[in-house]
Design a protein around this ligand. Structure first.
Ligand code: CU
Length: 184
């Protein structure tokens, strides 16, 4: 009986560990484009969006926030060619709220410009280059010798509302796993 309790405690510890690892892996960073300057004309905000993006390491699950006055600016996702030429004819997506949160769901380059005439030409454009996704965390059956996890050491402290659903799903999965293990 005592052995069983110790075993159960071990399983609980394992589940907690798995939960923590999941939490680390699914909480994306939130990046406000231009930091304090926000999304504006480069001459007004004194901001270089190329430099701003080059100093970041974007990953899948990160959220890019464009904050701006919608009377003067907008956000248009464009093709690489349109990004270079600043001639926007077939936008991939257009955002106009003034506080647009865009979750990054695909790897590679994501090009955004301001669609107001002359703003892109003046440098109000940004290339969000998203690196390949980190390896997913594998759940090993309790008792099996698990290889060291490949969760990135990068701290991810900002739990944002858009992650709460994912967290909820993880909790449900863990509870189901616990149900199986404990034969509830
Ligand atoms: Cu603009």
């Amino acid at each position: 009986m005592a052995l069983l309790i110790i075993e159960k405690r071990g399983v609980v510890v394992c589940l907690c560990l798995v939960f923590v690892l999941f939490q680390v892996s699914i909480n994306g960073e939130v990046y406000k484009v231009g930091d304090d300057a926000g999304w504006t004309r480069t001459i007004i905000g004194n901001v270089n969006y190329t430099d701003w993006a080059n100093n970041k390491t974007f990953q899948l699950g990160d959220v890019i926030v464009f904050e701006y006055n919608p009377e003067f600016h907008n956000v248009v996702q464009v093709t690489p060619g349109e990004y270079r030429s600043c001639e926007v004819s077939s936008p991939i997506a257009t955002y106009t709220s003034g506080n647009d949160s865009i979750a990054i769901k695909t790897e590679g380059h994501h090009f955004y410009v301001c669609g107001v005439p002359d703003h892109c030409e003046a440098g109000q454009k940004v290339d969000i280059n998203v690196l390949a996704a980190p390896s997913p965390v594998a759940i090993s059956p309790p008792g099996a010798t698990a290889p060291p996890s490949k969760v990135p050491a990068r701290p991810r402290n900002d739990a944002r509302p858009n992650n709460y659903m994912q967290l909820g799903w993880v909790v449900v999965q863990l509870l189901m796993l616990a149900g199986v293990l404990f034969r509830i």
